[in-house]
Write a protein that binds this ligand. Structure first.
Ligand SMILES: Nc1nc2c(ncn2[C@@H]2O[C@H](COP(=O)(O)OP(=O)(O)O)[C@@H](O)[C@H]2O)c(=O)[nH]1
Ligand SMILES: [Mg+2]
Length: 355
């Protein structure tokens, strides 16, 4: 999975990027920094920890999220220029400033709800320009026959939503309907999450600037809203592991920022994990809910999908109870499933295939 961070300059995007990836990229104390960053965030998962303890593999691989940090967008600028950087992102995370930091020259009172409206307007207008241009071109017929099936219909629907100042994603398009839009690098056809980046007191008290308004906004649109303090949380990540929990608890959060973001993103994007285990490797794989066993095999290697025969499946909870494949088998908890089996969150899978 890939997520792209978008926000106004100095909202803490790069700080949040560092919190997720541990990359330590330089943050900016001034607007107009034009660097972008790509990094990987490891998705913490207690189930992987447990399986790794149990199987003692040579290698343990957690799920990963690729994070793209792009330069800040300003009202009337930037969005068109940077859209290409986020073309492959599966989701956007909109970062809103809920802090002041006079030392960094950020003294203006935060207005995250206003920032969000401005950003959304900018993204919507940027997308509208792209969609209109494409529709015009289709109409001029210069490239007659070059339209993809369903392209004109979906462009019209997108245009109509954008003119109503709604993001394209609000149309609830099916993956098939959305496909012709993929090449355009639209911002608003992607699902998005909202992150309010605030100071320690805001996070602790659950009363960050604008939090109430944003909560209502997010709730009405079924959008996840996360409150973080990127700066302090990043400092906490630099402490020895055993000291972190106490500091996080003091901020009033139970888990590191990356865990909270991953949880919200998985739920919002309808993603689940299955696991492969063995003495060589314990590994988490990310799939969409509803994926069949055969498609899930294809995640690992196309040969496994092509040569799929069957799959041995154990639920994670049963593994926690029984702690060995031998006992699971004895109790009839090791199932053999076929290609159309719908993989469940936490399934431990062993594919049988033939190439
Ligand atoms: N007080 C405070 N300062 C922050 C927080 N997050 C970021 N900053 C500071 O704000 C400035 C801009 O942050 P940066 O991550 O570069 O913002 P970006 O322009 O959106 O990438 C830097 O000086 C950061 O140290 C925060 O949660 N609290
Ligand atoms: Mg930055």
């Amino acid at each position: 999975m890939k997520i792209g961070l978008v926000g106004l300059p100095l909202s803490g995007k790069t700080t949040f990027f560092n919190l997720l990836t541990g990359a330590g990229a330089a943050t900016s104390a001034y607007a107009g920094q034009r660097e972008s960053h790509i990094g990987m965030a490891r998705v913490p998962d207690a189930r992987v920890d447990f399986l790794s303890e149990l199987f003692r593999p040579a290698k343990t691989t957690y799920a990963q999220i690729q994070v793209l940090d792009i330069p800040g967008l300003t009202p009337r600028g930037g969005a068109a220029e940077f859209a290409g950087l986020l073309r492959d992102a599966d989701a956007l995370v909109v970062i809103l400033r809920g802090f002041t930091n006079p030392a960094a020259g950020i003294s203006e009172e935060p207005e995250p709800m206003k920032d969000l409206s401005e950003l959304m307007t900018e993204l919507i207008l940027t997308d509208l320009a792209v969609v209109e241009r494409r529709l015009e071109r289709l109409h001029k017929g210069k490239k007659a026959g070059s339209a993809l099936p369903g392209e004109e219909e979906v462009l019209r629907a997108a245009k109509e939503a954008l003119e109503r100042e709604q993001p394209v994603v609000s149309l609830g398009l099916s993956p098939k309907e959305r496909r012709p839009l993929k090449n355009y690098g639209l911002y608003t056809d992607k699902p998005f999450l909202i992150v309010l980046n605030t100071h320690g007191e805001g996070l602790r008290g659950g009363r960050a600037p604008g939090q109430e308004e944003l909560t209502a906004y997010a709730h009405a649109r079924h959008l996840p809203l996360l409150v973080v303090c990127a700066e302090l949380e990043e400092e906490i990540e630099e402490l020895p592991v055993e000291e972190r929990a106490a500091f996080l608890a003091d901020l009033g959060v139970g888990e590191p920022g990356v865990a909270r973001l991953a949880r919200a993103a998985y739920a919002h994007l309808d993603l689940i994990s299955y696991f492969t285990v063995g003495s060589d490797e314990v590994k988490a794989w990310t799939i969409r809910r509803g994926t069949t066993a055969k498609q899930a095999a294809g995640k690992i290697h196309s040969d496994l999908e092509r040569g799929f025969i069957r799959v041995e499946v154990v639920s994670y909870e049963d593994m926690v109870q029984e702690r060995s494949f031998a006992r699971l088998k004895e109790k009839g908890l090791l199932r053999l499933e076929g290609k159309d089996y719908v993989v469940q969150d936490g399934d431990i899978m062993n594919f049988r295939f033939n190439v």
